[in-house]
Design a protein around this ligand. Structure first.
Ligand code: NAD
Length: 257
């Protein structure tokens, strides 16, 4: 399947799932716009690597997804946005009564409100182009809860709600909106936690993965960023043209429990 001629804008894509989605979109032929809040040479280098290895056009645009105006400016700077992947996200773990207000505000802004702003800016471009895909990276925590993750769970449930409303407002147009709900994904951030957890619990790598990290993931395997990218490419494909307003879990059975 080819996404040649389409431009995909992926927020929060200088690492982890966002970068994986950018690579898979590029391998499928889409031009890509990478983003994060930093503006380092290595950020731009990521886009150059994708362009060199896949032959698509790839750019990195700095924009802080905690700020509404910057979210809208990212889409304007991209100039075209056929596929919008709202992926930027942060996490904080604390009991509700101890949860810092500024951290609550940051999580709601980056994980939820950014998707509202980018979608508002991108829909007119999709309408102009006569085609569009909104793909929101939610989480298993968009469908179920865990203690001590109040802001994250609230934001991800909010993303699922925003996805449904976006789908209804575009239902009669060639535009779809869906949310991908990953379980535990093996990103560099997650990989980096394994050695410390092995020491903390005096466990083998396999035990840490199976009995600490993946307790709620029945497959006992991480999802990979390539699988997340492949799921996003599928949602962008013509095969998915009638899939809208729904969630697609990539969670090894977590939400079947
Ligand atoms: P990550 O930390 O590798 O990626 C997060 C990305 O968001 C990074 O590129 C980071 O630079 C960017 N970002 C953070 N704050 C930003 C800001 N203010 N402006 C712009 N960009 C910003 O983590 P990840 O695991 O790849 O997470 C990506 C998304 O997937 C998040 O929305 C996360 O909630 C979701 N998710 C991850 C998992 C998992 O197990 N890794 C599971 C479910 C959902």
């Amino acid at each position: 399947m080819s996404l040649k001629g389409k431009t995909a804008v992926i927020t929060g894509s200088n690492s982890g799932i966002g970068l994986g989605v950018a690579w898979e979109m590029a391998r499928a032929g889409a031009d890509v716009v990478l983003n994060s809040f930093t503006d380092r040479a290595e950020d731009h280098e990521l886009a150059a690597q994708i362009a060199a290895q896949t032959g698509v056009s790839a750019r990195y645009i700095q924009a802080d997804m905690s700020k509404g105006a910057a979210c809208r400016a990212l889409i304007a700077a991209a100039g075209r946005c056929d596929i919008l992947v709202n992926n930027a996200g942060i996490q904080h773990v604390a009991a509700i009564e101890a949860f810092p207000t500024e951290t609550w505000d940051a999580i709601i802004a980056i994980n939820l409100s950014s998707a509202f702003h980018t979608t508002a800016a991108a829909l007119p471009m999709m309408r102009q182009a006569g085609w569009g895909r909104v793909i929101n990276i939610a989480s298993a925590h968009g469908l179920t809860a865990s203690p001590y993750k109040a802001a994250y769970v609230a934001a991800k449930h909010g993303v699922v709600g925003l996805t449904k409303t976006t789908a209804l407002e575009t239902a009669e147009e060639p535009i779809t909106a869906n949310a991908i709900c990953p379980g535990y994904v093996l990103t560099p951030l997650v990989e980096a936690q394994i050695p410390d957890t092995m020491k903390e619990y005096d466990m083998s790598r396999e035990d840490v993965i199976r009995n600490v990290m993946l307790t709620r993931q029945p497959s006992k395997e991480f999802a990979t960023v390539e699988q997340l990218g492949g799921t996003a490419v599928f949602l962008a494909s013509e095969a998915a043209a009638q899939i809208t307003g729904t969630t697609l879990s990539v969670d090894g059975g977590w939400t079947a429990l």
